[in-house]
Design a protein around this ligand. Structure first.
Ligand SMILES: [Zn+2]
Length: 319
């Protein structure tokens, strides 16, 4: 049973908003473009591996957590790509979507990727990540007085990546090998938990999910203001006249563009906006007009008169 589904990471949503708003000549524009590509690539890989789970009838009673995030007792966060909980074992999985060949040097704790062109780079080492997660789960289990073996593995999501010299343990294999790995784990670990213990542990894990915030720390001055025209690839600022946002370049009229801009404001600056901040960001001069625009959205407000601010909800795009 899937207890925690994988959602588009906040980092992807926020960087997409940033790239709409960052000047193409900004010193970090290509850096964020590359960063977004990497994040999307990783996310796609995780999705590819997720599909494998739904063809394992022999799993019986189990709980799955995709992208399990938790904070440890020291205040540091753990982000585990997949956690599988069964009566036999708890499995933690790191998913890697890598093109080229990977080799791991155990002495140096170094994961090297060699691209088909021959260039090499060093990647985040999933083995140390797994060990760190394992220690946390060991502490959780002993706190709950539950005895359950912990299994761990690294799964390669890209079928064309080459797994070179790597340690035997923890195992690293292609996504197609996940099913036989799970079968082996079921055979070597006998059932340890009752259904109620399993449920209790699942409930504990779910109730301790802490989603990390993603903060870019970009100064507001670097972000382009206004409602941007989607039709013009967000390069043109739309103008507001008599209740309508329209593009001075292509002539398109769009309310959705306005909602998108409000959502960008929420993602990049704040989910709270005052009338004055609204006028500044959206280039609306009249206080009366901006009050009208904001009140039409039926947003929740806090405070009154000068100190009043509106709260931009996460579902603003559907208003
Ligand atoms: Zn346009």
């Amino acid at each position: 049973m899937l207890l925690l589904d994988r959602k588009t990471p906040k980092s992807i949503i926020i960087i997409e908003a940033l790239l709409r708003r960052l000047d193409a000549n900004d010193r970090d524009f290509t850096y964020f473009q590359d960063y977004l590509t990497r994040l999307k690539y990783g996310y796609e890989g995780e999705h590819r591996v997720d599909r494998e789970w739904f063809e394992m009838p022999y799993l019986n009673e189990h709980y799955l957590f995709f992208n399990y995030e938790i904070e440890n007792e020291f205040g540091f966060s753990h982000q585990v790509d997949t956690v599988l909980l069964t009566k036999h074992f708890l499995l933690i999985l790191e998913v890697k979507n890598i093109s080229g060949r990977v080799d791991y040097d155990e002495q140096k704790h170094q994961l090297t990727r060699t691209r088909p062109t021959g260039t090499e780079d060093i990647l985040t080492n999933p083995f140390d990540q797994l060990h760190r997660h394992e220690e946390l789960f060991q502490r959780i289990l002993s706190k709950l007085k539950i005895f359950l073996p912990i299994e761990k593995a690294v799964v390669m999501a890209n079928p064309s990546s080459i797994i070179g010299n790597v340690p035997k343990s923890p195992p690293i294999f292609h996504a197609s090998g996940l099913r036989s790995f799970i079968k082996k784990c079921l055979v070597r670990n006998e059932s340890k938990l009752t259904t109620s213990q399993l449920d209790k542990l699942a409930k504990y894990l779910l109730s301790n999910v802490v989603t990390r915030d993603f903060d870019l720390n970009i100064s507001v001055e670097r972000i382009r203001k206004g409602v941007l025209c989607e039709n013009c690839n967000y390069s043109v600022v739309m103008t507001y006249k008599r209740g309508i946002w329209s593009c001075p370049q292509c002539g398109v009229q769009s309310r959705k563009a306005f909602l998108r801009a409000l959502d960008d404001y929420r993602l990049l600056i704040s989910d709270r906006i005052t009338n004055q901040e609204f006028r500044e960001f959206f280039h609306v001069e009249s206080m009366y007009a901006s009050s009208k625009i904001l009140s039409r959205l039926n947003l929740k407000t806090v405070g009154n008169k000068k100190g009043r601010y509106y709260i931009i909800p996460e579902d603003i795009l559907n208003r």
